[in-house]
Design a protein around this ligand. Structure first.
Ligand SMILES: [Zn+2]
Length: 198
């Protein structure tokens, strides 16, 4: 077994800029003292492999060799996990015009094919649920969902078991109830495509 240290993992997230601490305006209009830009973990592929090997080990009991990632955030995690399993296959699903996820570019799932879905973070689980619907629509079966970070609060919006390396409970407040506003801490809006609470 590879040892995966949670302390070390949080350190990697902070050092890569994938996890920020401060006072943030979320896209929902609420405020938080933490913010994730998980794609930034991919800026350090050498660290990412530590995560990939640990997640591949925890997903190993499901005995699956097809890994699907939701674009964009899930592509690199799914690829990295699949790379740990010789002979495995990796594909990704993309947002479609109907608000769901679809396989394009010639990617396809066969009837009866067992799949794990791998994502960087699961918050509400809506994008993963859309990928599950696409897999099931093709006659496949999702045995488990893997993620670097579980950020769900009331449990994710899908049925297969969620296997995550870290669990994050990120507080968020309405501006009038925000303790950081009360302390006069300057508010910032993180740059880039946000991982704000959805
Ligand atoms: Zn605030």
């Amino acid at each position: 077994m590879t040892t995966f240290s949670e302390v070390e993992a949080w350190r990697m997230l902070e050092a890569s800029g994938a996890y920020l601490r401060g006072h943030f305006l979320l896209t929902t209009g609420r405020h938080s003292d933490q913010f994730f830009l998980l794609s930034r973990l991919s800026e350090r592929p050498d660290w990412l492999w530590v995560w990939a090997r640990a997640l591949a080990e925890r997903l190993e009991p499901f005995g699956v060799r097809t890994v699907v990632g939701p674009a964009v955030g899930g592509i690199i995690p799914a690829f990295a996990v699949a790379s740990c399993w010789p002979g495995s296959r990796m594909l990704f699903a993309e947002k479609d015009t109907r608000g769901g996820m679809s396989f394009r570019r010639g990617f396809a799932i066969s009837p009866g094919e067992a799949v794990v879905v791998v994502e960087d973070a699961v918050t509400t689980g809506k994008s993963v649920a859309a990928v599950i619907a696409a897999v099931e629509g093709a006659g496949g079966e999702v045995r488990a969902v893997g993620a670097w970070v579980d950020r769900s609060q009331d449990g994710p919006a899908f049925r297969p078991p969620l296997v995550a390396l870290l669990k994050a409970d990120v507080p968020h407040w309405s501006p009038d109830a925000c303790p950081l506003c009360r302390q006069g801490v300057p508010l910032s809006r993180p740059k880039g495509p946000t991982e704000a609470l959805r």
